[in-house]
Design a protein around this ligand. Structure first.
Ligand SMILES: Cc1cc2nc3c(=O)[nH]c(=O)nc-3n(C[C@H](O)[C@H](O)[C@H](O)COP(=O)(O)OP(=O)(O)OC[C@H]3O[C@@H](n4cnc5c(N)ncnc54)[C@H](O)[C@@H]3O)c2cc1C
Ligand code: SF4
Length: 574
């Protein structure tokens, strides 16, 4: 596993068979102070690392998991790919406890983008204003228009395949053409069309519908959540990390950050971590960026409590760990007489956002999307245990019919509530650190939304011709817990991810989202990371030496994209 960054074997870097890097990765000496130390090289961390390295900063990424070699480490096998997930101890509770493990963060370079399905819809303009428009949740400290150029940029860097016209939110097209429909997509389109619900097919998804640079196109074998050995599915491991290394970034894999260190003058000066040999090390840095996911980011801040910040670093507001969100992710399964073959396409390839916005005729605020999902047999069996109580011979009987079942997912907006939280449990992990205790409760609006959405998707399934329809209640995509805002009393960071309390500490990952909409969060997280990077680059030395907080947009740097991505693909519409 993860052989090529093993110091004994420094040679040309390979990220699987298709990406060979020209030389060995840069190694900073243990006493060197770098400009930026980034904790977590996942969806956001990978993009940040690449941008900052290209702009000439000295940057180190600490990553708790391994540096994957896609060819040797990844397998087209559902059980064999379990190591991609963050499976360390976490405690879960509340009225609706979240399933953790494979249901949330990845562990390893690329983070959650390694096992994501790669659905890449944008948030809608209304998502940034739900308090003003609907009287619920919170407004973002920025507008959709501020993020729009970064959506367009990342859609090319990933790149995203999808329909030429996406009609919801801010209508737009996609750089690569749509994928063909699989059996599940067919069901979604058929059922929705019968009920007069508009759909799009073939994306938007970060999977290549045609070859791109050194990456081949999708071959439709359905192992997207297992990492995609083929390289057709985007992850920051293959889209941004190679360029980061080429431009002088160092990634220290198997390195678990344990604490951020604060100086007496109120600025951070580096990160303590346990290295791959179990040794405690300290990486000095002029600024620190935490990009560890919506659970590990607040956990690290809370574990970094120190004199002056007894409740957790950068937590004068008391909001570190609060307002955690997950989307409603109910899965509706339908059995059809004919063959569907769930596995025979990327899980993510058709959707409808017809019910995304608040509709005053319903008794709840905000809405949901309907999406294809494609569980492989183990995941499907678990769903059938939950949905039907199938067990023993009954479960075997259902599994014999695996190829006759289709699954559609609700992706519903659950609002940010203060009592949904990440705190520290008394239990400790293998590093001796207190683990995260995650509490999740559904509130009235959430329950009404889920009930409506679930029934609507069951109607779609029946309209498509399913002879039996069942559903499993579940949740997906954790974000929030270190939210951004203009008011330091109610948020952790400002609109560029800069901690209100500490001028050279940044948070940049899904944890800064104030609300989540009904769009999968990955594209938004990567777009925010590129914007934060532009802000840091624009302000250069100031970040390290002053507390100035210029809140104007930094101006987009198209010249920092990985090669062959910008100005590629179809002309943009909208
Ligand atoms: C099954 C599944 C399917 C999904 N499908 C989609 C989809 O189709 N579309 C979509 O948009 N989203 C999808 N997601 C969600 C998406 O993967 C995440 O929202 C996204 O990756 C989160 O990005 P992040 O940067 O916040 O964290 P991550 O990408 O999880 O990165 C965090 C990184 O930090 C590292 N880390 C954490 N703590 C430390 C520490 N103390 N020291 C060192 N390193 C640390 C972790 O190992 C990890 O690599 C899916 C998620 C799952 C579980
Ligand atoms: S279906 Fe396509 S994107 Fe998914 S694993 Fe297979 S080749 Fe990769």
């Amino acid at each position: 596993m993860a052989w090529f960054l093993d110091g004994k074997k420094d040679r040309a870097h390979r990220l699987g068979p298709m990406q060979t890097l020209p030389g060995p990765m840069r190694k900073f000496t243990p006493t060197e102070t770098v400009d930026y130390c980034i904790v977590g090289v996942g969806s956001a961390g990978g993009v940040l690392l690449q941008r900052l390295a290209r702009a000439g900063f000295n940057v180190v990424g600490l990553e708790a998991g391994p540096f994957w070699d896609t060819e040797r480490d990844w397998v087209s096998d559902e059980k064999g790919s379990h190591e991609l997930y963050w499976n360390d101890l976490r405690i879960t509770g509340g009225t609706h406890p979240l399933a953790l493990g494979s249901n949330n963060s990845g562990k390893g370079v690329g983070g959650g983008s390694v096992h994501w399905a790669a659905f890449t819809p944008r948030l809608h303009p209304s998502d940034f204003r739900i308090y003003s428009e609907d009287g619920v949740g919170a407004d973002w400290p920025m507008y959709y228009q501020d993020l729009k150029p970064y959506y367009e940029l990342l859609e090319r860097e990933i790149p995203v395949a999808g329909p030429a016209w996406f009609p919801w939110g801010d209508p737009h097209g996609h750089p690569y053409g749509p994928h063909p429909l699989g059996g599940v997509g067919d069901v979604l389109v058929k059922g929705c069309t019968k009920l007069g619900i508009r759909t799009v097919a073939g994306g938007p998804v970060g999977i290549l519908s045609a070859s791109h640079g050194d990456r081949p196109h999708c071959i439709y074998r359905g192992f997207c959540l297992q990492g995609c050995k083929v390289g057709a599915k985007a992850s920051t491991l293959i889209t941004h990390v190679p360029d980061a290394i080429t431009h002088g970034a160092e990634i220290r894999s198997l390195s678990m950050a344990t604490r951020i260190s604060l100086r007496k003058d109120g600025r951070v000066d580096g990160v303590l971590y346990i290295d791959r040999d179990g040794k405690e090390c300290f990486q000095r840095a002029r600024a620190v960026i935490v990009a560890g996911y919506a659970i590990e980011t607040p956990r690290l801040l809370l574990n970094s409590a120190c004199p002056g910040f007894e409740r957790g670093l950068a937590n004068s507001s008391g909001t570190v760990g609060k307002y955690l969100m997950a989307q409603a992710g109910n899965v509706v399964a339908g059995r059809f007489d004919g063959l569907i073959r769930l596995y025979k396409a990327p899980p993510a390839h058709a959707l409808s956002e017809e019910f995304y916005e608040t509709d005053k005729s319903r008794d709840f605020a905000r809405g949901f999307a309907i999406q294809t999902v494609g569980p492989l047999p183990i995941a499907f069996a678990k769903q059938m245990v939950a949905a039907m109580g199938a067990w023993g011979w009954g479960l075997r009987r259902v599994m014999m019919d695996y190829n006759h079942w289709a699954t559609l997912g609700v992706l519903g907006e659950i609002l940010p509530w203060k009592d949904n939280s990440v705190e520290l449990a008394e239990e400790k992990d293998q590093y001796g650190l207190r683990v995260a205790k995650v509490t999740f409760n559904l509130h009235d609006n959430d329950k009404k939304l889920i009930e409506f959405a679930k029934n609507k998707v069951m109607d779609v399934m029946r309209a498509a011709g399913a002879e039996q329809v069942v559903q499993e209640s579940r949740f997906a995509h954790l974000v929030g817990a270190a939210r951004m805002g203009s008011n330091p009393a109610t948020s952790v960071v400002d609109k560029f991810g800069r901690a209100h309390d500490i001028p050279n500490l940044f948070v940049c990952d899904g944890s800064i989202l104030p609300t989540q909409g009904s769009a999968n969060p990955g594209l938004t997280i990567q777009a925010l990371a590129a914007r934060t990077a532009d802000y840091l680059i624009k302000h250069g030395e100031e970040i390290f030496t002053t507390s100035n907080r210029d809140q104007s947009e930094p101006g987009i740097r198209y010249d920092l994209s990985p090669p062959y991505t910008w100005f590629k693909g179809n002309p943009h519409i909208g």
